[in-house]
Design a protein around this ligand. Structure first.
Ligand SMILES: *Cc1c(COP(=O)(O)O)cnc(C)c1O
Length: 241
């Protein structure tokens, strides 16, 4: 195949995948008593070439996510971002907060009071308020970042006091599960925390976003209450690092 036909083939794969995912999202939304448009669909663009990201944007994607500050900043000028929200979804180091604040619409990966304070500080300096999600390590896995479930309450009350940030909800990546029932349990646990926090009506805490569900589990996540799915490889194919 020529270079051009390879690109065209990948473009049509992306179109096909987006259509299939949108149908799945709509079906799961309706099954769980909501409307398709109640579910925010993020395209996760890490390692993906700008050409393909722009194609997904042409196909109606309005929310993208990147893991790394440097990669996000490098790609941004090459993307057709009119009306498109950009979120950071990977672990943020304190020394990179200054670079990312003001460059994204939301930081979904706030996993400590320390990083929340730094985001707040840099936001105040720039005269902004940054929307954030608290990332919960729902499976209590050593290999993952995120706030331990038993610490969520105390982290929440401490971060709610910080100027320059606004807490909009929770984000999680569950452990890899062999059984769907086991996976459901993790999603259900965080959904319950989300609802519980929402009912407390804490100042500066909104709980509008429950970010969970990736390529392998977005249907289950929606059925368990997610309203924000982050999908990469199912759109763009396997990642090549
Ligand atoms: C990479 C990534 C995703 C997307 O993963 P896929 O399995 O490719 O859909 C979602 N969320 C986070 C935080 C990620 O790092």
């Amino acid at each position: 195949m020529t270079e051009k036909s390879l690109i065209d083939a990948k473009f049509s794969d992306i179109e096909y995948n987006l259509k299939a995912i949108r149908e799945d999202i709509a079906e799961a939304a309706i099954k769980s008593g909501r409307r398709p448009e109640d579910i925010d669909f993020m395209a996760v663009t890490k390692t993906v070439d700008e050409m393909y990201i722009n194609h997904a944007l042409d196909c109606g994607i309005t929310l993208i996510g990147e893991n790394k500050v440097q990669e996000m900043l490098r790609k941004k000028p090459n993307l057709k971002l009119d009306g498109v929200r950009k979120n950071l979804i990977g672990h943020l180091q304190t020394n990179k907060a200054t670079q990312i604040v003001g460059e994204v619409d939301m930081i979904e990966s706030v996993d400590s009071v320390k990083i929340a304070k730094e985001i707040g500080k840099q936001s105040v300096k720039k005269g902004l308020v940054t929307d954030v999600l608290l990332e919960v390590n729902i499976g209590r896995e050593e290999s993952k970042t995120g706030i331990m479930p038993e610490e969520l309450d105390s982290v929440l009350y401490e971060t709610a006091e910080i100027n320059g940030i606004h807490i909009c909800g929770l984000m999680t990546i569950p452990p890899i599960c062999e059984e769907n029932t086991e996976l459901c349990k993790f999603f259900e646990n965080i959904y319950n925390m989300y609802v519980d926090i929402k009912s407390k009506k804490i100042d500066n805490v909104c709980m509008d976003v429950l970010s969970m569900g990736m390529s392998g589990d977005y249907k289950t996540a929606i059925l368990e209450g997610s309203n924000h799915v982050r999908i990469g490889s199912k759109i763009f194919g396997p990642r090549i690092y």
